[in-house]
Design a protein around this ligand. Structure first.
Ligand SMILES: [Zn+2]
Length: 201
């Protein structure tokens, strides 16, 4: 899992629009079709993609330009008020984002604070608020096999929710181990090759 620290900063104009137009719509604000909403979502997309160096915030798989979803750490179906909360937004791969993995899982511990996002505690490892290395421990230096006896409660809940002990996730961690030290340009080349191949097969 990535350790993130720099969420999107909205402009004053965007903040006003979110507060007055989108927040009252709760989770449905995300699918609002106004050009302004689309522009804000596009900015979130670009910002998170760049900050995450084109990797899924959770499993660190490569993300393809435009193809992968923006994930709401606390799902917008349950916490509509946090739909545009900067600390609630990450880019994720479709495997981690969708059912039967993360889906609409309630990730906030109760009682929750619906006014101030950062007052909440989370049942899974939070990429902005936690250091994943404190929660997810491995039996090997390549970070492929979990040492579950040493993982925190939140770490174990994260592994379980994402099904990270399934073969696809183990294979992903093998790829991560081989590509972790590549330069950003090299990663971008690889991402471009994968995108090209996907579009032409
Ligand atoms: Zn993922």
């Amino acid at each position: 899992m990535l350790k993130l620290s720099n969420p999107i900063k909205y402009t004053e104009e965007e903040n006003t629009f979110i507060a007055n137009v989108l927040k009252p719509l709760q989770g449905e604000g995300w699918d609002d079709q106004k050009n302004k909403t689309k522009a804000i979502k596009s900015r979130i997309n670009q910002h998170t993609l760049t900050e995450q160096k084109h990797r899924c915030a959770y499993c660190e798989s490569f993300l393809l330009e435009g193809a992968d979803p923006i994930d709401h750490i606390a799902p917008k179906s349950l916490y509509g008020e946090f739909t545009f909360e900067p600390y609630n937004l990450v880019k994720a791969c479709t495997s981690c984002n969708n059912k039967p993995h993360k889906g609409e899982t309630d990730t906030i511990k109760h009682p929750e604070d619906r006014n101030e996002y950062s007052n909440n505690t989370f049942s899974i490892v939070h990429p902005y608020f936690d250091d994943p290395d404190d929660h997810l421990k491995y039996a090997d230096d390549d970070k492929i096999i979990f040492d579950k006896n040493k993982c925190s409660e939140e770490g174990l809940a994260t592994i379980k929710m994402f099904h990270w002990e399934e073969p696809w996730a183990i294979a992903q961690r093998l790829i991560n181990a081989k590509t972790r030290d590549l330069l950003p340009e090299e990663l971008e080349n690889i991402a471009n090759i994968i995108t090209y191949k996907e579009r032409n097969t």
